[in-house]
Design a protein around this ligand. Sequence first.
Ligand code: PSU
Ligand code: MN
Length: 303
Amino acid sequence: MKQYLEYSNEVQEAFAAGKPVVALESTIISHGMPYPQNVQTAREVEQIIRDNGAVPATIALIDGKIKIGLSDDELEMFGNSQGVAKASRRDLAYLLATKQLGATTVATTMIAAALADIKIFVTGGIGGVHRGAETTMDISADLEELAQTDVAVICAGAKSILDLGLTLEYLETNGVPVVGYGTDVLPAFFTRESDFKLNIRVDNPETVADILRVKWDLGLKGGAVIANPIPVADAMEKSFIDGIINTALKEAEEQNIAGKDVTPFMLGKVKDLTEGRSLEANIALVKNNAVVGAKIAVAFNAK
Ligand code: PSU
Ligand code: MN
């Protein structure tokens, strides 16, 4: 297995020194944001993680290897490449065997992090159960991964392009803890709140680390969702973003968008329809998650 993993110098040194490491995904770079904001944001997020006492490991598939940490040149090349494949669990072996550039989703980043023994992973939002899933069966592989792979995902909840209620039901069925970080309700990515109450609220990184430790000590397989609301100053108006999402959903249906293209299509449409405001919110919430994720990694590492 080790032959497929390649570590950056920084990550290697972090492991040798026993420092906490935080995984970062790369679909957000290739499919979630346009160049050059994607590379700039990725760099800034990495620096925030360093500033908060942990070491960043951005994960991507390059030349037949699962990269655990990218060099500056690799990040630039990756963020500026056209046609990077979106790599979910099903695509991983194919993309490595054929040495293609692959962007890791939440699911695949969790797989890679677990292989590298990284327990804490920061991103923007997770995939989930799509609206209309009762007929399309479109349920993100992210949820199945959370059910089985021991990595905690710090995110700003999930976008209401999804059916948030069904997403929570799915996570509950699969025994995945959803921790509200300083919130009693599931955050909805662009907004701090949704109609869905959570049953775990934690207000500090140490308690999150304690929960993760106990869960995995008990052999309770699977991940956890740490849902951290977007900062107040960056949050969008609920009625505004709901309207945009409904328009985007209609367009996706009219254009028969399906399968792995649904989420990137929706993300792109929402960005266009908000004239870039959603991109700013997206960048702000990922940075906010990086602060919290690094603190959780530090606390987890101290146990
Ligand atoms: N949601 C976001 N931003 C993202 C994604 C989801 O708000 O960038 C990306 C993540 O990489 C996530 C993937 O793992 O989309 C989910 O894709 P799908 O719904 O096809 O499983
Ligand atoms: Mn899907």
